[in-house]
Design a protein around this ligand. Structure first.
Ligand code: NAP
Length: 326
């Protein structure tokens, strides 16, 4: 683990900084876009746990009626960013929104703008939007979404700027597939460090921003407790799983080519690879105290995350690198 962790300045407690379970006014109706995704699914679960009287609407292109029956407190609605006709029905009666902008969209802003205007007309008063630590307000893509949310909901906005998710080391992310295939994580980040964050912690911050009495009206940098390079992450995974894993640094151009080979569109692949260069250059190292300040508990460390998921990397590898051969 890195020993160069920046020390945190003591933060001024904000009025909304203490956890206040169930403090929402009345019973909000919260529309969770990306409700089947990494953060959205956790936001749905935590809203149900923390505000049982809230109505939670899970938006998906493929709503699961069985899921709806399984939890009568969750209403699954069909929602497609590319189909504005689905927006009105999803927004009906909603007063708060968790917003995951359309992924793999070169410029999500126009689709989100249409939606946000519809949300205002429908009576939404609070929007909590997911962006990224790698994206500044106003930058192309999510940066434009960030600005739009602040400008259209000046009295009820929050933007989450999480660091890179620990969950990228699991599932079908290229990093995870590389680990399962041949124990190699390929990046162009060199020895650059990142304060990897658990999606559970991102969702916990999102839920505070959705439920706290006062809207946060700010952007939160959401990080884990320390910045690590991929080589150190590989050492931790090796230690807990017993499977040798290493970091293989490559150039930015090779990283982009590998994303394309993995099925990503060329422009998206190039943009993702450029993010590695920023990490390599030390621009993504900042650690924040947001998780602790808003939830009252420390963010999960990468070592604890890896320990909890050690079996995911122990599994025997199939020919496609996706898991056990059948
Ligand atoms: N991974 C990281 O390290 C990292 C770090 C910082 C920020 N981020 C940001 O996190 C965001 C992704 O969030 P996430 O990881 O929570 O989501 P995710 O797991 O990538 O899932 C994407 C979600 O978007 C929904 N979706 C996709 N296309 C849609 C469409 N056309 N209409 C409606 N819904 C659609 C999917 O729902 P259905 O398939 O059910 O429709 C799914 O729930 C991205 O903006 C990324 O930039 C990621």
């Amino acid at each position: 683990m890195s020993e160069r962790q920046p020390s945190l300045p003591p933060a001024e407690p904000a009025p909304w900084s203490a956890p206040q379970p169930g403090s929402a006014h009345g019973s909000p109706t919260v529309l969770v876009t990306g409700g089947t995704g990494t953060t959205g699914s956790r936001v749905v679960r935590m809203l149900r746990e923390e505000a049982p009287s809230a109505r939670v609407r899970l938006a998906s292109r493929h709503p699961d009626p069985d899921g709806e029956r399984a939890d009568p407190g969750v209403e699954a609605v069909r929602f497609d960013w590319r189909d504005p006709l689905t927006h009105a029905a999803a927004l009906r009666g909603a007063d708060r929104v968790y917003l995951v902008a359309p992924v793999a969209e070169a410029d999500p802003a126009p689709l989100v703008e249409t939606f946000l205007h519809a949300a205002r007309r429908a009576g939404v008063r609070r929007v909590v939007a997911l962006s990224s630590s790698a994206v500044a307000e106003g930058a192309p893509g999510l940066g434009r979404v960030h600005r739009m949310v602040r400008e259209l909901f000046p009295d009820g906005w929050t933007v989450l700027r999480p660091s890179w998710f620990m969950q990228n080391f699991l599932g079908d992310h290229p990093l995870a597939e590389g680990i399962r295939r041949d124990g190699t994580m390929v990046t162009a980040t060199g020895a650059g460090r990142l304060p990897f964050v658990d999606a559970e912690d991102i969702a916990a911050v999102a839920v505070r921003a959705l439920l706290d009495d006062a809207p946060h009206n700010t952007a939160h940098l959401v990080t884990g407790p320390e910045a690590l390079d991929y080589g150190t992450a590989a050492e931790i995974i090796s230690r807990v799983s017993g499977r040798p894993v290493r970091h293989q640094p490559v150039s930015v151009a090779e990283r982009a080519a590998r994303y394309v080979a993995g099925g990503y569109p060329a422009d998206f692949a190039a943009a993702l690879a450029e993010l590695d260069a920023a990490i390599r250059d030390g621009l993504q190292e900042e650690v924040s105290d947001v998780v602790r300040r808003l939830t009252g508990r420390p963010p999960r460390s990468f070592a604890a995350f890896a320990q909890a998921h050690r079996d995911a990397w122990r599994a025997p590898v199939g020919a496609d690198g996706r898991g056990p051969a059948s």
